[in-house]
Design a protein around this ligand. Structure first.
Ligand code: TGC
Ligand code: FAD
Length: 398
């Protein structure tokens, strides 16, 4: 891959809204990405392999548990810092941001919020440094958008729980040291269980054949009479609201991350349009190219403002789940459209691995689906403004 020349657009001088610490965290992550990720990412993507050797470095730049308190090995940073880190990681590849999102918001967050002190001390420092990698098992083969229907279950056997069922589409599952698994007890109540690598009856085969998020490793989680020690149940929250609470944090990170992918595509298209000559002029001189570029920077700027404001509200504990849904939905859709327009500006070269658009575009097809699909987030907004849930309906007579 050629040298990473990325230069971040900041059309509304949003840097002025950031503290010196925010800028330091962001710039450190940006430099780390340029040095360690940009030179290798296309190769790993093509080979459909997650660059595992980057995990300790992700820990060092603070990408694992940025807002988890330092007493648990986290970094005690604010929500804007967390967002900026996700932006910089997804600027390189959604798969890398996925790993940081899952580790921080879907594994460390529930252990921190719903776990006891012993569980926090046992797992959080190792997850923060990258010594441990975690995964989050909510989705099942028959229950994706509707996780409340899950079948995975556990029984109280006196001195342990017996876990049975299967999860699908689980990021980092095949090499995770610990899985936060959501399962129903005998009363049908959902709880989180910490399932550890090597437990008898637990396997995590890799899912192959993805055309998207290829530099991320995705797998199943299969539980066949797994004996889970009682001390591995997260005791402080149960019900569907527990996993959905983790998703709020991860979806917020994705809203920032998608801006990173969009910025990378825009930056590449702007540079290319000034260099590429057709009809004796740079293609940037054509009104139709300018229209594409002007619309891209407008959408990026709107997303930056939306997301920065969401970060402030979240830091103050005032952001609602529906506000997070709006930002996740808007920003991922925006990034997908920009990836496509940027690809067009690059002409035929745009489909090659010399440029990042096709990789971002393919990745964003996963991002627009996971953590709640585009349409589920629209329905969350619809429910929020009308007060009427439109997720489920009676089975029609076909
Ligand atoms: P509903 O009855 O609306 O809610 C059940 C309970 O949950 C509460 N709740 C929330 N709590 C916290 N945060 C949220 N965002 C919440 N949304 C709802 C709600 O108040 C209620 O609490 P209580 O106390 O009254 O019981 O539930 P529903 O079954 O009607 O479903 C609603 C719906 C469709 C919005 C929800 O199920 C949903 O969000 N579905 C999408 C599923 C999803 O996002 N899956 C993501 C899997 S993880 C993943 O994709 C990781 S990708 C990782 C990567 O690589 O980055
Ligand atoms: P379905 O729920 O079957 O949806 C299919 C279509 O129907 C969608 O267009 C959807 O919008 C639409 N639809 C469904 N319900 C409604 C409705 N009520 N109204 C209107 N339209 C509706 N999950 C995890 O638990 N952990 C992970 O780490 C994880 N990582 C993932 C990584 C990747 C690469 C991918 C692709 C997925 C991952 N997921 C993970 C799963 C992801 O969260 C689900 O794919 C997602 O929630 C959608 O579920 P589904 O694929 O079963 O689609």
């Amino acid at each position: 891959m050629s040298t990473d020349l990325f230069s971040a657009p900041d059309y509304y001088q949003l840097d002025e809204l950031l503290s010196d610490e925010h800028k330091l965290i962001r710039d450190t992550a940006r430099d780390w990405v340029k040095q360690n990720v940009s030179p290798i990412i296309e190769d790993y993507y093509e080979r459909a392999e997650f660059p595992k050797h980057l995990v300790p470095g992700l820990g060092e730049i603070g990408a694992f548990g940025p807002y988890i308190p330092t007493e648990y090995g986290g970094h005690g940073l604010d929500q804007i810092s967390y967002g900026l880190l996700m932006q910089e990681l997804e600027r390189s590849d959604s798969g890398l941001r996925s790993t940081a999102s899952v580790q921080s918001s879907l594994v460390m967050y529930p252990i921190w919020k719903y776990g006891n002190e012993e569980q926090r001390m046992r797992f959080l420092p190792k997850l923060a440094s990258g010594e441990f990698v975690g995964c989050f098992g909510l989705t099942e083969p028959d229950y994706g958008s509707n996780p409340g229907g899950m079948i995975t279950n556990f029984k109280d056997m006196g001195d342990h729980y017996l876990l049975n069922g299967a999860k699908m589409w689980i990021s980092n599952a095949p090499f995770a040291d610990v899985a936060v698994v959501w399962a129903k007890n005998e009363e049908g109540r959902i709880w989180g269980l910490l399932v550890e690598k090597g437990m008898e009856g637990f396997s995590a085969p890799e899912m192959k054949g993805k055309h998207s998020l290829r530099a991320s490793c995705t797998g199943e989680l299969i539980f066949e009479n797994v004996k889970v020690p009682k001390e591995n149940l997260l005791p402080n929250k149960s019900g569907l609201g527990a996993p959905l609470g983790c998703l709020d944090s991860a979806r917020y990170g994705i809203a920032w991350g998608a801006i990173g992918a969009a910025m990378d595509c825009y930056d590449s298209a702007l540079r290319y349009s000034k260099e590429r000559i057709q009809f004796d002029v740079p293609i940037a001189a054509f009104q139709l190219t300018q229209k594409k570029l002007a619309e891209m920077i407008t959408e990026i700027t709107k997303a930056q403002l939306l997301t920065w404001r969401l970060g402030v509200l979240r830091e103050e504990g005032r952001a609602t789940s529906a506000q997070i849904s709006m930002a996740k939905r808007n920003n991922v859709d925006m990034a997908l459209k920009i990836a496509r327009e940027a690809r067009q500006i690059h002409g035929g070269m745009g489909i090659t691995n010399e440029y990042p658009m096709m990789r971002h575009m393919a990745n964003l097809e996963s991002v627009v689906t996971y953590e709640g699909t585009h349409d589920i987030h629209l329905l969350i907004t619809g429910m929020d403004i009308t007060g009427i849930p439109a997720f489920a309906r009676d089975m029609p007579n076909l």
